[in-house]
Design a protein around this ligand. Structure first.
Ligand code: X90
Length: 278
């Protein structure tokens, strides 16, 4: 049995970890025609293209406590990272799973972490957990340190459409409307309570990237790590990376493709940026 294990839901975009035992609980993307399981086998490109053509209703569903318990598997100390509990039932389900699991195995412990965020910020939290575990710290110590760390990470998003967010009640239709206008990109961030907070509406890519860089500076990026997750918008991700390199030469930037859940809500062209506030 493993001493330490990291577990997350698939909103984290993390499928494997190199140095610590890891598992994820997939969310689902549901249309009247099809169900997409957000696991390693999902063809994200195909899903995004299908969704662009599809005109009917679509929604998502989160793991239930049983799914979480399965992902926990057999480990003494589990760190479980969830998408924001403000917008998803995943966090609640993970807490229920923790209670059941700890009752089933009184000698095992689960620390559930509400990311109050998604994708790239969850990735930062998972990387930090891996680092803390490799430092051979104790369970309680890691719990404490990871909760401190979460206060020093943040998330921005750049969206061209908020249709799926609005249709599923994750933002108000009024807010979503602005993002629907041709050529308009919305810049926002994960708020302190873990929902979407709008910052700016920009016409054109250059303006929105400039606004993002300004916000990154104002909200504390200096030499920290940055993950730029994108939904088939590598061009803009590369521009963002170059701009960050220029303005914050010591920051460490990595680009990656969003997986299913984040792609569904960010939609084609969407970008989600997680960063450290130091
Ligand atoms: O439980 C479920 O069905 C999942 C619901 C997820 C709802 C929101 C996901 C947002 C994904 C959009 C831009 C980033 C927003 C960050 C807000 C904290 C990506």
């Amino acid at each position: 049995m493993e001493k330490f294990k990291i577990v997350a839901d698939s909103a984290s975009d993390v499928l494997t970890l190199e140095k610590v035992s890891y598992a994820y609980a997939p969310l689902k993307i549901i249309t009247s025609e099809k169900e997409y399981l957000d696991d390693k086998n999902l063809d994200v490109r195909k899903m995004v293209d299908n969704l662009l053509e599809y005109k009917g209703k679509s929604s998502t569903s989160c793991p239930n406590p049983d799914d979480w318990i399965q992902a926990f598997g057999d480990a003494e100390n589990i760190f479980c990272v969830t998408i924001t509990g403000t917008l998803s039932g995943s966090h609640n389900a993970a807490n229920l799973a923790k209670n059941i699991y700890e009752e089933m195995y009184p000698e095992r412990k689960v620390c559930v972490i509400n990311s109050l965020s998604t994708g790239p910020e969850m990735k930062l939290i998972i990387d930090k957990l891996q680092y803390l575990i490799l430092q051979e710290k104790e369970f309680d110590e890691i719990c404490e340190e990871i909760n401190e760390y979460c206060k020093n990470t943040g998330l921005f998003f750049i969206l061209e459409s908020m249709k799926n967010l609005a249709n599923n009640g994750r933002v108000s239709p009024l807010v979503a409307k602005a993002a629907g206008l041709l050529g308009i990109r919305v810049l926002g961030m994960a708020s302190e309570i873990g929902d979407l907070q709008m910052l700016d509406k920009c016409r054109g890519r250059e303006k929105v990237v400039a606004a993002l860089i300004r916000e990154l500076a104002e909200r504390g990026l200096k030499k920290g790590k940055v993950f730029v997750g994108h939904c088939f918008n590598e061009d803009t991700a590369v521009i963002i990376k170059e701009k960050i390199r220029e303005v914050f030469p010591e920051a460490k930037v990595e680009i990656y493709n969003l997986r299913g859940l984040c792609s569904f809500y960010a939609e084609k062209g969407g970008l989600i940026i997680g960063y450290e506030k130091f």
